[in-house]
Design a binder for this molecule. Structure first.
Ligand code: NZQ
Ligand code: ZN
Length: 386
């Protein structure tokens, strides 16, 4: 096991009817900006619960943060923060609203000329304006990590940022919020969380027994609850397990002391930037090809996963590895998620070359656990996913 230091300061408040806890968790006398997305919180009752809990605070609101949070929209929210001397941000939403809020937390204290630098340089953010979240969509784990992904449509870029200063102060996770989530987004959440685990686990054997078992148990839980929650989002037990699995998949814990990959996400972000495909679906497009392309270097771990998660005990190591990849692809299909780029856009033919160019221009030489995946490997993987 590699050396590691681990500190996750986010307090989790989990369970039924916990949104009311905002009243006591936000520091008294805070001037709060409530940030949200396209309005789902107004029709499902979450907005009312939040506003009732915030009655004793001075509150402003900023709605309209779109999926794949858009830089231009966030810059308008930044003006509100600055002109009203906001000192506490409250994200009420899924990964997009939470990530947008993380950017704002950093941008509010940024000293340079242009906040785009935060995303261009990717320098770790050591301090941000305090913020908390009310999670409305389990998927990204953003409610308990310090990363964010921001889109700037005018230049078709989707960039990552983060740092130890960007953990939420606290996050409220009420599994009842799942009841109003459309099937498509529930499926996305399951696929995203599944891939988060895979990116931290599907590398090579390192003898980190606990990390392996933790990762495998999250995958197994997602596989077990997926059909239940898709059939009945009001099933509180399934909703709780789904929600906590998504948080555990990317709160840092399972990735400590082990190598990680993240190449699927890096390629997937390009597909969102180019075609606006939902984040989770880009992962379902890339993951099968990525693992098939890299089967030689990942075969031991792929076979272990095939055995432990899917019960595949027959065949050679490579055969088991391939069977495990097939199972993963079938799992995405069972969620109603297509796994070929050509099923999402008719203009797919130049994509692999475009991804190669973008990675090369950015000087990204090596992706993956060995930092050995070149832009030309990425090109081949994307092409395999057509
Ligand atoms: O905008 P509203 O009207 O609220 O509707 C949203 C949105 O259209 C809707 N929704 C959310 N909660 C709902 C609901 N509808 C009904 N009932 C509810 N309770 O769902 C739609 C999608 O929301 P979004 O926040 O975009 O989804 P998700 O949570 O999947 O977030 C995706 C974003 O997170 C980034 C992705 O790249 C993408 O930009 N990621 C962030 C990560 C992180 N910070 O750690 C890691 C991930 O790998 C990912 O990259
Ligand atoms: Zn993801």
């Amino acid at each position: 096991m590699n050396n590691f230091e681990f500190k996750n300061p986010t307090k989790i408040i989990f369970g039924k009817d916990q949104i009311s806890r905002l009243a006591v968790e936000i520091p008294t006398n805070s001037k709060v900006l409530v940030l949200y997305g396209g309005g789902s919180i107004k029709s499902n009752g979450i907005y009312d619960q939040v506003m009732t809990a915030l009655e004793s605070f001075e509150v402003l609101e900023f709605g309209g943060i779109p999926a794949n949070p858009e830089y231009a929209v966030l810059m308008k929210a930044l003006e509100v923060i600055k002109s009203h001397n906001i000192d506490f941000l409250l994200a009420v939403g899924g990964g997009s609203v939470i990530d947008g809020t993380k950017f704002l937390s950093a941008a509010a204290l940024f000293n340079g000329d242009d906040p785009w630098e935060i995303l261009e340089t990717g320098k770790p953010i050591l301090k941000g304006l305090p913020f908390a979240t009310v999670l409305t969509l389990p998927a990204t784990g953003s409610e308990m990590n310090s990363g964010a992904v921001i889109t700037r449509m005018e230049i078709k870029e989707k960039r990552i940022m983060g740092g130890p200063g960007l953990y939420p102060e606290f996050s409220i996770l009420d599994p009842q919020v799942i009841q109003s989530i459309p099937q498509r987004q529930i499926a996305n959440g399951i696929a995203d969380a599944f891939t988060h685990v895979m990116e931290q686990y599907m590398t090579y054997p390192t003898g980190a027994i606990l990390q392996d078992h933790l990762a495998e148990s999250i995958l197994q839980t997602l596989v077990e609850v997926a059909p239940v929650i898709l059939k009945d989002p009001t099933d509180y037990n399934a909703a709780s397990n789904f929600m906590w699995s998504c948080t555990m998949a990317l709160n840092g814990l399972i990735g400590q002391g082990v190598p990680s990959d993240w190449a699927i996400h890096m390629m997937g972000h390009e597909l969102t930037a180019l075609y606006g495909i939902d984040h989770a679906r880009t992962l379902a497009i890339i993951a099968p090809s990525h693992y098939r392309y890299n089967v030689e270097s990942k075969k031991e771990k792929l076979a272990q996963y095939a055995e432990r998660v899917w019960g595949i005990n027959e065949g050679t190591t490579v055969e088991k590895a391939h069977a495990g990849i097939d199972k993963m692809e079938a799992f995405f299909h069972s969620l109603g998620i297509k796994t070929r780029l050509s099923e999402y856009t008719a203009e797919y033919s130049g994509t692999a070359g475009e991804v190669f160019n973008r990675f090369t221009e950015r000087g990204w030489k090596g992706l993956g656990e060995h930092k050995s995946l070149t832009p030309s490997d990425a090109e081949k993987i994307v092409e395999m996913a057509y």
